[in-house]
Unconditional design. Structure first.
Length: 132
């Protein structure tokens, strides 16, 4: 079973996502997966990236760095898996995480765009001194 979807995100934004893997009944979640149970690929503009997948259990969102994929089971929620990374360039990113034993592939893609500049809105008061 393969599932794919896409999102629009900003460059250097921490991507927080989840992947789902199910038992053969298609309903029961697979519990206790670790990085060794998975294979993965990270692509940027259709070029394979050499980013390692590491255990993200103790890594806070603020500590997520470009160049790694962070994977862990969500604490207190068996069978729910957290995936995080920080894309460091504008373009098309795709992350594939394969659970071979269950013949399941999760693919997420992201269009990474420049940060949107914040424009002023509303009224601005302006006072001028009268000329003498």
């Amino acid at each position: 079973m393969a599932t794919t979807r896409g999102r629009l995100v900003q460059v250097n934004q921490v991507i927080i996502d989840q992947v789902d893997y199910f038992e053969p009944d298609g309903y029961t979640r697979v519990v206790g997966l670790v990085i060794g149970d998975l294979t993965y690929e990270v692509f940027f503009d259709n070029l394979l990236q050499p980013w390692p997948m590491i255990d993200g259990t103790t890594v806070t969102d603020a500590a997520v760095r470009s160049g790694n994929i962070y994977f862990n089971e969500v604490p207190g929620s068996p069978g729910f898996y957290n995936v995080r990374f920080r894309p460091n360039a504008l373009g098309y990113w795709r992350v594939l995480i394969n659970y071979a034993a269950g013949t399941q592939i999760m693919g997420q893609d992201y269009d990474v765009v420049a940060s949107v500049p914040v424009a002023e809105t509303g009224l601005r008061a302006s006072f001028t001194r009268p000329c003498n």
